[in-house]
Design a protein around this ligand. Structure first.
Ligand SMILES: Nc1ncnc2c1ncn2[C@@H]1O[C@H](COP(=O)(O)OP(=O)(O)OP(=O)(O)O)[C@@H](O)[C@H]1O
Ligand SMILES: [Mg+2]
Length: 195
């Protein structure tokens, strides 16, 4: 009797029939929404899902890649960078570089995290060391690049985060590519999410 009960219990867990545990798992995962081939649309129910997307992005990135993050204040851009950092093996906490403007971390790839929100003039971009960062062979991730869209080459993954709707806590992500390098990353990410 005892053996039969144990066997039946573990069979239930293996089959994933515990609805509560299924919900917990999927809320921490980016959920793919129907999207055309050049665009990836995702639902991110929780900050954990935003960070998981960051880890998946990091797994695909290669030295010299660019990621532009856009979306309103509080949309989750820095949270996503935190996931990217974890995915690159960086243990340090990621905070918004609003005052330093550019924070750099050592990982599988060097991570250059830039926030252009407080930048006033395009001329200030050169003082920031953005060119050096872009050419250093690391991964350059820029928040608010939409304020200075010509600051870096166009071939970049553009991740637009937004609130699901007023009063709801989740986020959506739209990921687009703008050239062969970023298209290759988008395809790899899309395949990874379909597994
Ligand atoms: N998918 C999500 N669902 C709910 N909350 C989220 C999600 N992703 C991130 N958040 C939360 O949103 C808040 C704001 O995140 P974050 O600071 O990363 O935003 P931001 O876009 O960088 O803001 P800013 O424009 O001020 O730089 C944080 O509390 C974060 O945990
Ligand atoms: Mg931020």
């Amino acid at each position: 009797m005892k053996a039969a009960k144990t066997s039946s219990g573990s069979g239930t867990r293996r089959s994933g029939a515990d609805p509560a545990s299924h919900t917990r798992t999927s809320r921490g995962q980016p959920q793919r929404l129907p999207s055309p081939p050049d665009l990836l649309l995702l639902s991110l129910a929780t900050p954990a899902a935003t960070q998981k997307l960051g880890r998946l992005l990091a797994a695909q990135c290669q030295g010299g890649d660019l990621i532009a993050l856009q979306g309103p204040l509080g949309a989750g851009k820095t949270c996503l960078v935190g996931g990217i950092a974890r995915g690159l093996g960086i243990a340090e906490a990621i905070t918004s570089p609003s005052f330093a403007l550019l924070n750099q971390y050592r990982g599988r790839l060097a991570l250059h995290h830039v926030d252009l929100y407080r930048l006033h003039e395009p001329a200030e971009l050169s003082e920031l060391g953005l060119w050096e960062a872009a050419e250093s062979g690391g991964l350059l991730v820029i928040e608010w690049l939409d304020r200075f869209p010509d600051a870096v080459p166009n071939d970049r993954l553009q991740v637009s985060l937004d609130f699901v709707s007023l009063g709801a806590s989740g986020r959506t992500a739209e990921i687009r590519a703008a050239g062969p390098r970023s298209q290759a990353r988008l395809l790899a990410l899309s395949q990874q999410l379909s597994r």
